[in-house]
Ligand binder design. Structure first.
Ligand code: NAD
Length: 367
């Protein structure tokens, strides 16, 4: 099993040490003076198929931070795509810069040319600060893009499917922790009321959960309070909130040494990628505190499943929903494995994902 070392997060580590630590196949640095594009395409593993994962645009403080994010996110995609049973590998791209200032048609099309340059080893889609319109610009330069709008034959917004998978994983965790998978009357805190968060809130309210929300933007909070009866807490009160279930649906790294010490919940189950800052030590700290953690890359796989069927050319809502529903059973299997093996749920989920890659890799005949 690959273990991320704490050193992975330090700025002084050599690029090649980081790539070696996580076993990436290829990392491409993209630069274009005319458009101001600075991007990184990280291809982690293509044993199951071409690497697939979205492009994130973020105003990273340093280039090193951007590289680390690309490396961690692409490895996460390998695990996510494998455990979801999809025939695609893991990859991810990041574009460095403030989307509100530098994103435009030329920048996105130049990025599309870079995606094209890796000849279909990497397919992109949306991630943070990317829209279906951006995917259309990329499509003007390369066919290796998914997540296109429905009006041009794409599968549309993946967020409702991601939310549905998180909901399935949360219900499985409730079954494990409380003996019943009902969320009626459970206090659930949704951190981040963006595209996934609001869809998750809808499912939770319909089931009679008592929902608390937190977001850093007023308009995101208002979008929820206009439609649902929820409690609101400030972002700095999230870690110490007294709830049954905490659903991180903002950015990664919210489960760390400091926040775990403050947590007052039975279950953590949310959509954000890379929730555990240090996957071994923070995963273990949750176990030690008696908190059940539903692995992020397992339960947030509904969105990539939607995108996968667009790529495969046989997308239907029913098919994506049915496959996403399997997250419930897989989550229970992960908890069972974790108990039997004395591994954390995160480690057990990694083992299932890596075992599938190994076994499918072995069935390929030598060419
Ligand atoms: P989004 O950008 O629409 O929403 C994120 C929300 O989090 C925003 O409203 C933002 O204001 C809020 N936020 C940021 N920092 C916060 C903080 N400190 N406290 C509270 N709120 C904060 O993104 P999304 O598409 O809803 O995705 C949410 C998370 O799930 C991301 O980590 C993303 O990578 C992950 N994810 C999304 C999908 C998908 O289908 N969209 C799939 C898999 C994983």
């Amino acid at each position: 099993m690959i273990e991320l070392t704490e050193a992975t997060h330090k700025e002084t580590v050599s690029i090649f040490t980081e790539i070696e630590d996580m076993n990436h196949e290829q990392v491409v640095l993209c630069h274009d003076k005319e458009t101001g594009l600075k991007a990184i395409i990280a291809i982690h593993n293509t044993v199951l198929g071409p690497a697939m994962g979205g492009t994130r645009m973020w105003n990273y403080a340093t280039d090193q931070e951007a590289l680390t994010d690309a490396l961690r996110l692409s490895r996460g995609m390998t695990l996510k795509n494998s455990i979801a049973g999809l025939n695609i590998g893991g990859g991810k791209a990041v574009i460095i810069g403030d989307a509100s200032k530098i994103k435009n048609e030329a920048l996105m099309r130049r990025f599309g040319k870079f995606v094209h340059s890796v000849s279909g080893r990497y397919y992109t889609a949306e991630d943070v600060n990317m829209t279906t319109r951006d995917m259309e610009y990329i499509r003007m330069e390369t066919p290796y893009v998914t997540g296109l709008p429905e009006y041009v034959g794409g599968a549309g917004d993946p967020s409702p499917y991601t939310a549905y998978g998180v909901y399935m994983g949360m219900k499985a965790a409730a079954k494990e922790a409380y003996g019943l998978d009902s969320l009626t009357g459970k206090k659930v805190l949704v951190q981040g009321t963006g595209n996934v968060g609001i869809n998750l809130i809808d499912l939770l309210i319909k089931e009679g959960a008592l929902v608390t929300i937190s977001d850093i933007f007023e308009d995101k909070i208002k979008r929820v309070t206009d439609r649902y009866k929820v409690e609101i807490i400030a972002p700095d009160q999230v870690a110490g909130a007294n709830v049954d279930i905490y659903a991180p649906c903002a950015l990664g790294g919210t489960l760390n040494h400091d926040s775990i010490a403050l947590l007052h919940c039975d279950i953590v189950a949310g959509a954000a990628n890379n929730q555990l800052l240090h996957e071994i030590s923070d995963g273990q700290a949750l176990v030690d505190k008696g908190i059940l953690y539903a692995p992020d890359f397992l339960i947030n796989g509904g969105g990539i499943t939607n995108v996968y069927y667009e790529y495969a050319g046989n997308h239907s809502r029913e098919r994506v929903m049915a496959q996403t529903e399997l997250i419930y059973d897989t989550t229970l299997r992960v908890f069972e494995m974790s108990q039997k093996s004395a591994q954390t749920p995160h480690q057990s989920a990694i083992k299932i994902a890596e075992d599938r890659i190994k076994s499918i890799g072995n069935i390929k005949l030598p060419s």
